[in-house]
Structure formats: C-alpha cells, structure tokens
Design a protein around this ligand. Structure first.
Ligand code: NAD
Length: 309
C-alpha cells in the first residue's frame, strides 16, 4: 500500500503547490522599496525596481550601495556579497520590466487610489502565475486584491523600516488569498532571514494598530503643550525604554505615512479615538514629512537634528 500522501485523496495538485519565487519585482523606490530590494538581492534573488520617478531610482541605488557598504564595514557581509547583490538589481520606469517576475511587491506611496492605479496598469505586463504582494501599512488587503485580476494570488507582506535591520514581516491574507500563495510568501520570508507574524486583515494590522496611535498621541501631547519635542521623546526613551522617542519615530517613518495610517484607522474602525491630531495634519500640509524631507518634529539639516518646537 502506498504511503505517498501527495497522491492521496484531497492532496494538493501540482497547480496548487506553493510557487518558488526567484525573480522579484518591486514598485516604489522609496525608503521601503529600497530596503526590500536590498534584502532580496543579498538573498541571491534578481530584483527589478520600478518607480515613476527616475530620480527616485537613482537615489535608491545610491542608498542601497551605501547601506550595503555599512554592512561590509561591520563585517555583516563581505565585499564580494555586496558586489554580487548590486549586480542583481535592475531599475526601470516601465512595468514591462516585470515580465519575468514571480512576485511583485508594491511599496509605493500609502494612498489607496495610487496603489489601485498601479495594479491596474501593471497587470497586463505580468505572467499569469505571478504573485502580488502589497507592503501597505494599513490598507485592506482584501480590497486591494479585489481590484486586481488575481485576488487568490494577492497578499500583504509588510516589512518594517529599516528593512535590512528589522527582523519582522507581517503576513496578511485577504479573504480570497489561497494557501499556496501564503506558503510561498512564508518561504520567501524565511529565505530573507525574516520572522513572520500572521495578522488578520483589519485596518493597520498588528504593529501599526498599536504603534501609530501612540505616535499620534505624542503629537497631541505636543499640540496641547504637555511637553516639548525633547521632553516627550526623552520621557518615552528613558521612562518606557523605547529606543527612539515617538516624535523621532514619526519623523523616521514619514509623517505622511503616519497620517495616512491614522486616517485608515479612523475611517476603517469608525472610532473617534483614532482621529488624527490637527498638528500632524498641519505638518504634512506644510510638506514637513520628517527625515525624508529634511524637516519634521526635528530639523535634519542640523547635526545633531534640532527639535523644531
Ligand atoms: P516613500 O515616500 O519613501 O516612497 C514611495 C515611493 O513610491 C516614491 O519613490 C514614489 O516616487 C513612488 N511612487 C509613487 N507613486 C508611484 C507610482 N504610481 N508608481 C511607481 N512608484 C510610485 O514611502 P515609503 O516609506 O517607502 O512607503 C512605501 C510603502 O511602504 C507605503 O505603503 C507605506 O505605508 C509602507 N511602509 C512604510 C514604512 C515606513 O516606516 N516608512 C514601514 C512599513 C511599510
């Protein structure tokens, strides 16, 4: 009698087996897209990075090279590893470059209309078997997946910033995501030396459901005059043992991203406790987006960065 379970009743057919991910496409060459390209290339995977802006692609390559250089200096990787990884990264402003991709990870600006438009334009260039993941911090995976031709191959793969350093990847299944897609993404995360935590598809998932309201509360404390920028950040660093203060962390994440996440929580959970602080809104309207724009709750043109309030 055969004990080959793969041939047994109800076993997965080959079409249902998890796909092996070799070639990775990434949309958005900002902080996160650059970090994801960095770890994929170091893991030996060919990467194609696409952005609407050529200058974002050039900046991204410089950032990846600099960050890998730091890893060489700290003996985390060898200079041969770095050189080989850099040759695996191709860039383009055209989605046709994703023709060979086994997985495309979307890491563009945290706006649902932008992400939907990206998927709509990109899909005609993908292989039918290509998996799709979004690195969204907060937007419904079920809703984004439904806007594509392959909701069963669509999943949330939420990396943390900075990607080369942070161990966690949150994995979020949409209602239609199939098991082989989930297993392929888990296998990829292992290959990238990351640990996964599975979150249900609720606004902002686990990490940002807890973290970003804390940052928003810190902005309220500043807005109401409870403390200065330094007092608030020092309090949480020395009083709660956080490695970064909440305002410094907001600047690091990007205040536009923090605001978008609060809006998703506020609208998605219909609870006033998630209302974005008006001061956070004002900073974003001013273009003071944090580290990436040179100014947020700190002025990054000064060394060390100087609190702006
Ligand atoms: P970012 O502002 O640094 O980069 C976004 C990039 O997307 C930019 O280079 C922009 O040119 C590009 N882009 C915009 N529209 C595009 C389009 N139509 N096609 C292609 N590229 C386009 O933002 P980020 O911090 O890298 O965040 C990207 C995503 O990752 C967001 O969904 C965000 O919520 C998520 N995320 C961010 C963090 C964080 O700490 N910053 C952490 C985890 C997840």
């Amino acid at each position: 009698m055969s004990h080959d379970v793969n041939r047994g009743f109800g076993a997965a057919s080959s079409a249902e087996l998890p796909a092996d991910i070799v070639h990775v496409g990434i949309v958005g060459a900002g902080q996160m897209g650059s970090g994801i390209a960095h770890v994929c290339a170091l893991a030996g995977l060919p990467v194609t990075l696409v952005d609407v802006k050529q200058e974002a692609l050039s900046k991204s390559l410089t950032t990846i090279e600099r960050n890998m250089g730091r890893q060489v200096n700290r003996s985390v990787i060898s200079s041969d590893d770095r050189d080989a990884a850099l040759t695996r990264i191709a860039t383009s402003t055209d989605y046709a470059a994703f023709g060979n991709a086994d997985l495309v990870i979307e890491a563009a600006t945290e706006k649902e209309d932008i992400k939907r438009a990206i998927f709509k334009t990109m899909i005609s260039h993908l292989k039918p078997a290509c998996l799709l993941a979004s690195n969204t911090s907060s937007i419904s995976i079920t809703r984004l997946g439904a806007s594509t031709d392959r909701p069963e191959k669509f999943i949330g793969m939420h990396f943390m910033n900075p990607v080369p350093v942070m161990k966690l990847v949150e994995v979020i299944r949409g209602i239609a995501t199939d098991e082989p897609t989930f297993q392929s993404i888990q296998a990829l995360a292992r290959k990238l030396n990351k640990t996964t935590a599975v979150s249900e598809d609720f606004p902002a998932f686990i990490v940002n459901r807890i973290l970003v309201p804390m940052i928003n509360e810190a902005v309220y404390a500043l807005y109401e005059g409870v403390g200065s920028v330094s007092a608030i950040d020092t309090s949480m660093k020395l009083g709660a043992n956080h490695p970064m203060g909440p305002l410094e962390l907001g600047d690091f994440i990007g205040l536009d991203t923090c605001l978008s996440i609060m809006q998703v929580l506020y609208e998605g959970l219909s609870d006033s406790k998630y209302r974005p602080c008006p001061l956070l809104v004002k900073y974003v309207e001013a273009g003071w987006l944090g580290r990436k724009s040179g100014r947020g709750f700190y002025d990054y043109t000064q060394s060390p960065p100087r609190p702006t309030r």
